[in-house]
Every structure is written in structure tokens, then in C-alpha cells.
Design a protein around this ligand. Structure first.
Ligand SMILES: [Zn+2]
Length: 350
């Protein structure tokens, strides 16, 4: 064991003892923690906001994020002050919350074979959990398509906000997680798995584009559909299609791994473009997964459930969903018994 060599890139989180010989390894470690957030890398930890960590994670940030980050800078510094004052309480609350959420996730994961209709998702989300609506217990706020897939209105005709993350955002907003082709090279062990998937299977492609068209196309006349969504989708897909079609050998190419993706990327401009698509896709997936608590629903469903609740619409009278109602009822009973943590209180904690 060569400790000095190993310690060249220590993890900046104080509770974490990990250290790496290569910077990319440290980055992979942090990316993984962005998703799993163990007790040494809590989502609220101020280390996430340090310049060192931000620079390490840079490849995973959309260019468009920077101005948003700057706008949030003030908010973050006050969050950091609060964190310093209440660290102990947070850690304990996080532990309790994590246990409850784990139980909740376990229950909601049982819904995966039952949820067939949006109306069922909605009626579940509108149910009561420990005196609070399940929806509000699971989500502090609704997702917003205008944040997730913005259509900028700053041009004369309303310029579209487009980059290589736009198409992934359509996939994660409109399609269920089961059909997302997620393959995270950070978790892929090249020593154990000698049969990596084809690169093309790790990226959203034309079939998913077509599926989304069925939802967003103006002819489908979904009254929820935002004006211009189909145009945005078409333009967003062009960016992806151009790269996917450019090199016919992608069909027979295996996915790169966490050790060689950087050198692989430098092989040619085509390689660079497709690696960038992969990271654009994975960064959007990571962001979306954070928002999906019953991980089987779509962002679209959640946002619509919020709207339905605000409008006071009651789906119960429609009576179509009776076949599964026993199971749903039993699940709802178990959900009700759970002591769901309330919204975080940032002030006045002792
Ligand atoms: Zn660490």
C-alpha cells in the first residue's frame, strides 16, 4: 500500500476518508455521492458549493447552469450559515428521514405493477398520509415543465432554449423511468463485467423520440400540452440525430468505461460528440431521479397531480379503477401509518 501516492486526491468532505491516485477517480466518487448521498456527503453539506468540488464536477454541469448558479449564490451562502449552526440536528434529522423515506420507497416500489393509469397515480398522490396529502409529503413542490424544458420568450417569435440536454429532458419528463436506457459507467466494474452493452443501447434514440411525439404532437390534442412543445422536441432531437447518424460504426461499438472515456473521447471529433451526449444524458437522468420519489412515475404525472389538486378535481367519482382498488387501499393504509417527515424547517431549530 503506497499511502503517499494514494493520498494525492483526498475527498474534500470532512467525514470521508477516501483518497485517490487520480483526479478522475475522485470525481467518480463525488458523482456517485451526488446520487446516493451517504451520511458523509449529505445533500446540504457546504462542501458541494466549494469551488474545488464545483470544478471537479464541471463536465456534468450544463453550460446554461452557470447563470442559474450565480443567481443562487446568495441563497447558498445563507444555507451554509444555517448548516454550520444546525449541523448536529440536520444529521440526526437526515438519518430519521432517510429511514422513513426508505420505507416509503419500499411501499411505493410495490406500486410498479399496479400503476397502469394516470388516474390511479393521481388518486394515490392525492391520498392522505399522516394527516398530510401524500403528494405534499413526497414532494415539497411540483416539478415545472417551464424550468425543465424552457421555451424562452426573448426572441420576436419566442426563441427556443436548446442544447444537447434538451432531448434527454423530454425523455425524463414524458417517459417512465423503466424505459430510460440508463447505464452508469461510474458503477460499471470492468474487472467483473467483460460484456459491456453497446454504446447505442446506453443512449436515448429514435424509438423514444417517436414515443414522445405521440404525447407532444399537436394532433394528439392533449389539453395539457404546452404550445411549442413539439417544435422544441423536433429541434432538440435534430442535435442528437445528427451525432447518432454520423458514424455508422456506433451500432457495433461497446460503451467506454470510467477509466478510458477520456482517451476514447479524444479519438475523433465524432467520438467527442457522442461522449458529450452520454454525459448530457446521464446528468439529466441524475437530476430527474432526485425528483422522482415514487420512482415509477413520470415528472409529467407529478406536475399534473399538483395541478389537479389545486383545481380541486376529484377523480374518485370516475369509478374506472375499481379492479385494483383493494390493493391500492391497503397500500394507502400502510402509507397513512408512516410518520412522514414534514417540510424542512430552516429556522428556529434547537
Ligand atoms: Zn468522500
Amino acid at each position: 500500500m503506497e499511502n503517499t501516492e494514494k493520498d494525492r486526491f483526498p475527498c474534500p468532505f470532512p467525514g470521508c476518508a477516501s483518497a485517490y491516485t487520480r483526479k478522475t477517480r475522485l470525481r467518480e466518487h463525488l458523482i456517485k455521492q451526488q446520487v446516493v448521498h451517504d451520511e458523509n456527503h449529505l445533500a446540504q453539506a457546504p462542501e458541494w458549493q466549494t469551488e474545488a468540488v464545483q470544478v471537479l464536477l464541471q463536465t456534468f454541469t450544463r453550460p446554461g447552469n452557470l447563470t442559474q448558479d450565480q443567481r443562487n449564490a446568495r441563497k447558498k451562502s445563507s444555507a451554509q450559515r444555517c448548516w454550520n449552526e444546525n449541523r448536529e440536528t440536520y444529521v440526526e434529522n437526515q438519518r430519521v428521514k432517510r429511514d422513513t423515506v426508505r420505507e416509503l420507497l419500499d411501499l411505493t416500489s410495490q406500486l410498479k405493477f399496479m400503476i397502469m393509469e394516470n388516474t390511479q397515480v393521481m388518486s394515490l398522490l392525492k391520498g392522505d398520509t399522516n394527516g398530510r396529502p401524500a403528494l405534499k409529503a413526497l414532494y415539497s413542490q411540483p416539478p415545472s415543465i417551464n424550468d425543465w424544458l424552457p421555451i424562452h420568450q426573448n426572441g420576436i417569435n419566442g426563441a427556443l432554449a436548446l442544447d444537447n440536454t434538451t432531448f434527454p429532458r423530454f425523455v425524463t419528463y414524458y417517459l417512465r423511468p423503466e424505459v430510460w436506457p440508463v447505464f452508469d459507467i461510474a458503477f460499471y466494474d470492468i474487472e467483473e463485467d467483460e460484456d459491456p452493452p453497446y454504446l447505442i443501447k446506453c443512449l436515448p434514440g429514435k424509438p423514444l423520440f417517436q414515443r414522445i411525439c405521440f404525447i407532444t404532437h399537436p394532433d394528439k390534442c392533449d389539453k395539457d400540452m404546452r404550445n411549442g412543445s413539439q417544435a422544441l422536441l423536433t429541434e432538440a432531437w435534430k442535435i442528437w440525430e445528427r451525432v447518432l447518424r454520423k458514424n455508422s460504426s456506433w451500432k457495433n461499438t461497446r460503451i467506454f468505461d470510467r477509466n478510458n472515456w477520456e482517451t476514447w473521447r479524444e479519438l475523433s471529433p465524432d467520438h467527442a460528440e457522442i461522449v458529450d451526449l452520454y454525459w448530457a444524458w446521464m446528468s439529466v437522468v441524475t437530476e430527474a431521479q432526485k425528483q422522482l420519489m415514487p420512482s415509477k412515475v413520470r415528472l409529467w404525472d407529478i406536475e399534473r397531480a399538483f395541478k389537479a389538486e389545486d383545481a380541486g378535481i376529484d377523480n374518485h367519482s370516475q369509478g374506472e379503477e375499481e379492479e385494483n382498488s383493494m390493493d391500492l387501499e391497503e397500500l394507502m393504509n400502510r402509507l397513512r401509518e408512516l410518520n412522514i417527515p414534514g417540510p424542512r424547517k430552516r429556522k428556529g431549530q434547537k
